[in-house]
Ligand binder design. Sequence first.
Ligand code: UDP
Ligand code: MG
Length: 318
Amino acid sequence: MDISVIVPVYNEEGNVNLLYSRLSNVLNKICNEWEVIFVNDYSKDNTLSLVKKLSYEDKHINYLSFSRNFGHQIAVSAGLDYCKGKAVVIIDADLQDPPELIEEMYNRYKEGYKVVYAKRKAAKGISFFKRITSKIFYRLLNKMTNIKIPLDTGDFRLIDRVIVEHLKNMPERNKFLRGQIAWLGYRQTSVEFVREARFSGETGYPFSKMLRFALDGITSFSDKPLVAVSKTGFAISGLSFLFILYALVAHFIFKSTISGWTSLMICIAFIGGIQLITIGIIGEYIGRMNKDIRKRPLYIVEETSDKYDENDINSSNV
Ligand code: UDP
Ligand code: MG
């Protein structure tokens, strides 16, 4: 198998067929043996039946279907567990990532690069809010961590089998694949493209999921929030100590204690706020560990295209 293409799909009925024809055009042109794995992340629309139909008609097409919505990163991870290609492409289903770019990626791969990621020169049809928050997030993340996650890239990329095997051995449950791939090293390069607007349907990444994803990115690669929290803790304790001294002096020496309601309220609110934030940050890390310790399977596959032999699958969740 030369190339496997992994496509996570969540409510993509308007995109699946066009994506299939564009993908098969490129893949037939550049290699002999290829497969496309659609990972259905519990779509509520007609996506699964469209995908099934494609898989009956074309032996290149396989699918996995989850028992519930597990999220984009896990859908991609499942695809990685099942794929067989020497080179593996991860691509979104909404045609924001142009399938035709795979040709250029594959050429770079044949020059010896283990990771070829697609870097967007420009992005059309995304909201101002999303653009700004993602810019801030990636710059912040690069400041907070030692690994360099390339800016303006998503998960659209081609990776070598070696990278896939390493990813399968990374046991964390809160996946942040683009960070994990950057962390792995090897020879990596990029090709540029213009990101179009979503062809059909709506984004499956509302603000809440974006926030979750951002927190996973930070907690998987940086301990800085914990360090910052303890530093703030020390600074505030220092200030409180001074304040206590002042309160005692005012009471016993100057005998000038004021009615004090305002200062008291400010102190309580301030310290209380800081404590809650601190506990929240610590909680994020503990939650992470808790998930890893439970060792539940990463995802549940309800149905597959039946072309898989159970023994073939080296799943990362065992
Ligand atoms: N997706 C998924 N599960 C989800 C949300 C999204 O598998 O819970 C898929 C979706 O079908 C698409 C890709 O992940 O192929 C990227 O999602 P989307 O285009 O909605 O995100 P955006 O491009 O708006 O960030
Ligand atoms: Mg999209």
